[in-house]
Ligand binder design. Sequence first.
Ligand code: PMP
Length: 353
Amino acid sequence: MSRFLSDNYKSLVPYVPGEQVNVKVIKLNTNESPFPPSPKVKEVISEEVIDKLNLYSDPELKELTCAIAEQFGVTPDMVFCGNGSDDVLAFAIMGFCGKGGKLCCPEISYGFYPVYADIFGVELEQIPLKDDFSIDVNDYIGKNKNIVIANPNAPTGLALTFDEVESIVSSNPDNLVIMDEAYMAFCGESCMELVKKYPNLLVTRTFSKSHSLAGLRVGFGIAQKEIIEDMNKLKFSFNPYNLNTLSIKAAAAAIADNEYYDEKIATIVETREKVTDQLRQLGFTCTDSKSNFIFASSDKISAAELALELRKRNILIRYFNKAKIDNYLRITVGSAEDMQTLVDAVKEILEEK
Ligand code: PMP
């Protein structure tokens, strides 16, 4: 640490992203898609577009907000885009909770929520999950604090129903409820249509998982226009060009290609179900994940040891050294072939025990 860092940030504990590697491994540690993005993405990154990179990107992101609005049947003034949904979450937590504000989230959830709360001086309550890792909806009814929930939750993969989400949103009319739907495409019940009914709901999504564009860094939030206006006020006070021209074009092309992505998502869901069954047959406990990862634990081998053994075989999965989940592994659903390699490796490791 240098002498110059502000006292405000000295105790900050940053978010630790999953490892990115250059060597050839089976990479099941950061919930990326095993498929390339839609071919339409390549088509729009034309030489003509590259030649215009001397100009700033559109700070209003018109092309992309219109494409997203069309997809979700809302108006473009209900869409806010960010450099990944992390950016959207950051603006929301900064803007609607702020210094001294109150926020709550599940105790086991996306690791960035506590980090954002910390950096923006927000008082965070982390609410324990039930023993089966599900969220107890009653804990969030009439909470009188801002709320952020990943639905499906990460790393458990468990999802709240539409009705459960509505009961949380409707019982907290004076607080913002952020539903982080990063993994929603993989078969949860989205609450997106509730944004028209409730002025206190912000739904965030990402291109990183279902749309095979983690490296592009694009996410978005949908809410009533007053919320979006507030977020834009912050954005234009901080980083007006938060998306670059290539990202805007590529994401707009991707979001329109339902045919391509519906098929890829269906394949991922099918593989998830198959591999979950295979792991259960090997004695693993797996949650009923509604996301693009499997959350699994074995009583034959510790999660830490299994992660290490898999790593020796060039298979990366995510292990969290965190109370309550330190005997679980989060395994991204990769291609059918890679997942078979994983299952074979797990079998071999268990046999060697
Ligand atoms: N929410 C959740 C629950 C996530 O797991 C992630 C991925 N790390 C994000 C948001 C952020 O994704 P991105 O910034 O790539 O859109």
